[in-house]
Ligand binder design. Sequence first.
Ligand SMILES: NC(=O)c1ccc[n+]([C@@H]2O[C@H](COP(=O)([O-])OP(=O)(O)OC[C@H]3O[C@@H](n4cnc5c(N)ncnc54)[C@H](OP(=O)(O)O)[C@@H]3O)[C@@H](O)[C@H]2O)c1
Length: 283
Amino acid sequence: MSQQYPQTALITGANSGLGYAIAQALAQAGWRIGLVARDPRRGQMALERISAATGNGALALFIADLASQAQVRALAESVLDRFAALHLLVNNAATAFRQRRLSPEGIECALAVNHLAPFLLTLLLLDRLKASAPAQIINIGTRIDTALDLADWNWEQRPYRMLAAYGQAKLGMLHVTFELARRLEGTGVRVNCVFPGVFRSNLGRTDGAQGFFWRAVDRLIGWALPTPGQAARGVMRLILDPALQINGAYLENGRPIPAPVQARDPQMNQRIWELSLRLTGLQ
Ligand SMILES: NC(=O)c1ccc[n+]([C@@H]2O[C@H](COP(=O)([O-])OP(=O)(O)OC[C@H]3O[C@@H](n4cnc5c(N)ncnc54)[C@H](OP(=O)(O)O)[C@@H]3O)[C@@H](O)[C@H]2O)c1
């Protein structure tokens, strides 16, 4: 662990829900934190609330719409400028869209935000994480049993379905988590994917994408669901528990859970890694 700097983390989607709860818990534990938000006002409000609640003055706000790869690249540059060390990257931001929408690069937006943005951000920050080792990357996943359609990853041939597109993008993230873990062996940097459970969420609301599914969940069982603060405990365990020195795992509450069949195939992991390199202009 670098003695020169306090522990430093970057959290995407830190203005709301799970990302906010993780940022608050880390701020309470005295970490220096970069909060990534797409809306300056929502981001600033979150920063001020966390700072007031925890007394932590080492909070920095970064603004980026993760649908845009140009903005992801600018975000990485500005993080590298401001943070000489980086010990933790939490790729938490995600969303869902009721209708197919394209990113500035012409990529279906759920895939762009939920998979390609964290992939690109991680690779652009990887040397800094390695130089700060021991360090870790936590990808926030979901638990939808699906397979990524390599022949139609951009939803040009099939009718668009919000939950399927969300699930496939999250599966892309799981594939590259497994591939990156193999590549990181021996570097002092670990990467895992965490399913935080189902909890009260704003997911998709700001995009007007809160379709029937989320409204129904909200109305029927919303009151009974855990809060984002409760959901953050599983993630905090992975960050703070020295006994959990795990790499390349898919976890819920610190325990491995089975991945969808397609993600257990290392050759598929590698094919999706290569597709992701191509789609982010890294290859
Ligand atoms: N809630 C659940 O039951 C559940 C279950 C499984 C997994 N998860 C995962 O948990 C994570 C957090 O979700 P949550 O429930 O806490 O939802 P949330 O409150 O809506 O938080 C999502 C965050 O992502 C940000 N975001 C969305 N699109 C963005 C974009 N284009 N650029 C930058 N930031 C963007 C949102 O910003 P805005 O506030 O500006 O929209 C928000 O800060 C997600 O990865 C989700 O897939 C949630």
